[in-house]
Design a protein around this ligand. Sequence first.
Ligand code: GDP
Ligand code: MG
Length: 370
Amino acid sequence: PETITIQELANRMSERAVDVIRLLMKQGAMHKITDVIDADTAQLVAEEMGHTVKRVAESDVEEGLFDTPDEDADLQSRPPVVTIMGHVDHGKTSLLDAIRQANVVSGEAGGITQHIGAYQVTAPNGNPVTFIDTPGHAAFTAMRARGAKVTDIVVLVVAADDGVMPQTIEAINHARAAGVPLIVAINKVDKPDAKPERVRTELLQYEVQVESMGGETLEVEVSAKQKLNLDKLLELIALQAEVLDLKANADRVAEGTVIEARLDKGRGPVATMLVQRGTLRVGDIIVAGTQWGRVRALLDDKGVTRQEAGPSFPVEILGFSGTPEAGDRVAVVESEARAREITEYRERMKRDKLAARGGSARGSLSDMMS
Ligand code: GDP
Ligand code: MG
């Protein structure tokens, strides 16, 4: 149910909170300024104090921002978006780096890659693959909690000398809960004590049956250190992507998710967005969480400026007025006024929620701990 604190209600009416409390008291309810009341009570109070009430439901302000349907005929295939997960020290970062370096043509303009939280490489079949460069369950979970589904495929890295460990199991569960297929990459096969067979057997206990064990889960033995079988891994990703038949409409306003964001001393707020539908262009007005902006510049993972970015493309965005948060969904809106309306509304909701938590003693233990 919708709620509001007494302070916020007073603010919005430009009345004194003490007068609101007095009025409620006359009706027999004792309240503090930080107390939360429900929307119906708030409406009665406001009308009693001579205000006209316009209740704006979330659906009104956010109406049509996300997930408006596309015609099948407008869908085109798009690159897969891949996240690497696995137990700590099993080689996630090494594998990401190795794939990326192997793909940077030496002597290529710049040749230096930027860290923007995601990057794109070319698979042996010539098609692009997007990697989200923030390995770890925390990022994945945070994004899922906000309703952002950013990953199409999870590459599960398991070190051949260590086997299935707690975070391996967590990753399997995450992928399963999100309905995302796994590709198993058995890493560190260069080590003398590598036991890739043992990894396959252990995975069976968690209902991950790789192909060589008669199952359907794609698998590959790799060594991030020796850059062994990286092409094979990319081939499997491309194969899995084909099976998934990933599509998006590029010919519409952009929608996506913030992968990473920070405040840069020289450039101001910088956010990496994964475009998921449509095409983002310089000049577009965007909202992300409680922040908005007009896209001033777009840069790819090589630091090259672009005029636009289509589905599955990760781009760094300059032009936000404040720093959004990783996991925030991004939408393009038609005007600055609409961007302001949406972000101000969200800001209010956020304040109300915080006040509700801090102001009433009824918060649960987990609320207080988090
Ligand atoms: P993460 O915690 O999963 O990101 O793991 P890292 O990429 O940081 O790797 C952990 C350690 O394993 C580092 O010391 C790496 O050098 C080492 N490592 C990663 N991949 C390989 C590999 O294929 N072979 C060997 N021998 N060592 C590796
Ligand atoms: Mg790491």
